[in-house]
Design a protein around this ligand. Structure first.
Ligand SMILES: *[C@@H]1O[C@H](CO)[C@@H](O)[C@H](O)[C@H]1NC(C)=O
Ligand SMILES: *[C@@H]1O[C@H](CO)[C@@H](O)[C@H](O)[C@H]1NC(C)=O
Length: 311
């Protein structure tokens, strides 16, 4: 008995000694350590949001710096094609500073996901002004003249940004109850926290300007948000999960207020969306098997590709 204890203690000591002697590639150890803690069933759910994180990183990097991941963090693209049509937006110093912070936060999010799961290459993204103009035309049911250009000025860029972190947020809320592992849950809660923060900043900046008329359309900021939210509800095909900045009384918090700086359900709990609902929205097609819009060739990863078997 004493002898086996001795053997056990000695081999433990040897094991720790070896650990000290082999400090090689701590980073790799950490990565594989994390990957082992992610149940197989969580992997696709953690990888899927990379589609949106790539979109956000590129849009915000280009808007604030005039270039994107190819220059800032080429490894993170894993060789995926460069985005189409993204460019620097015409922003004043405050908004530019905020958007650059968002951009770098998205770079962090890409890294966080990829140290937990393997991930996949950047999908082809169409971030051209025409791509956003098409969304706005669909939101209003007719072509805006001149076509909406997200990069033209601050208010246009904030309106275009209204399209972005909110969709990510609903996806993280939707993914959370399906996750099994604690590492996965911690990651998604952390991503959700910052995505919701970004959404809140964008909505607050827009709310301050809710009654402004967007030039040259003569349409208020509030109406723009309302139309974009309506379009997302329509494309998502799963009821009301998106609300503009000013809503009918019954949709406000406790059914008692029209101002709607943050969107939430009747208990002011964030809405959730499935990956399929998100694909229907970001493809602009209302169908997860018909790519287009910001993703001309569809999203990447198992979930998005599983709906595109024919491609
Ligand atoms: C990124 O690429 C550079 C050069 O190819 C390499 O030195 C670096 O380790 C890579 N970083 C990561 C996080 O993969
Ligand atoms: C990008 O989107 C615009 C608007 O839908 C479209 O006209 C253009 O052809 C797209 N570019 C590519 C390469 O898909």
């Amino acid at each position: 008995m004493a002898f086996t204890n001795f053997i056990a203690t000695a081999s433990m000591a040897l094991f720790f000694l070896l650990l000290l002697l082999v400090p090689s590639s701590k980073c790799m150890d950490l990565e594989s350590h994390y990957r082992h803690k992610v149940p197989r069933s969580d992997v696709d759910l953690l990888e899927f949001p990379l589609n949106l994180e790539y979109f956000e990183a590129e849009l915000f990097l280009y808007a604030s710096l005039g270039y994107g991941l190819d220059k800032v963090a080429p490894n993170l693209t894993m060789g995926g094609p460069s985005p189409i049509g993204a460019r620097a937006a015409n922003l004043g110093p405050l908004i530019k500073d905020i958007i650059l912070q968002f951009a770098l936060q998205e770079v962090g999010h890409l890294k966080a996901i990829k140290t937990t799961v393997k991930g996949f290459p950047r999908p082809l993204l169409n971030l051209s002004a025409a791509s956003f103009a098409k969304v706005m035309d669909n939101a209003f049911g007719h072509a805006l003249k001149p076509p909406f250009d997200p990069y033209a000025n601050e208010i246009n860029f904030l309106l275009a940004s209204y399209l972005v972190p909110y969709v990510g947020l609903t996806g993280y809320v939707g993914a959370n109850p399906k996750l099994q592992g604690s590492v996965s849950k911690r990651l998604v809660a952390g991503l959700l926290g910052v995505e919701s923060g970004q959404d809140a900043v964008i909505r607050a900046l827009l709310y301050e300007r809710a009654a402004w008329e967007v030039k040259p359309y003569g349409i208020t900021v509030a109406e723009f948000t309302d139309r974009m939210s309506e379009l997302r509800n329509k494309l998502g095909h799963d009821g009301l999960k998106d609300e503009g900045l000013v809503v009918p009384l019954h949709l406000g918090a406790e059914g008692k207020i029209k101002g709607n700086v943050l969107a939430g359900d009747k208990y002011s709990i964030s809405y959730d969306r499935t990956p399929e609902e998100i694909l229907r929205i970001v493809y602009g097609s209302g169908d997860e098997s018909v790519p287009g819009g910001f993703y001309p060739k569809g999203g990447n990863g198992h979930i998005a590709r599983s709906h595109l078997r024919w491609m």
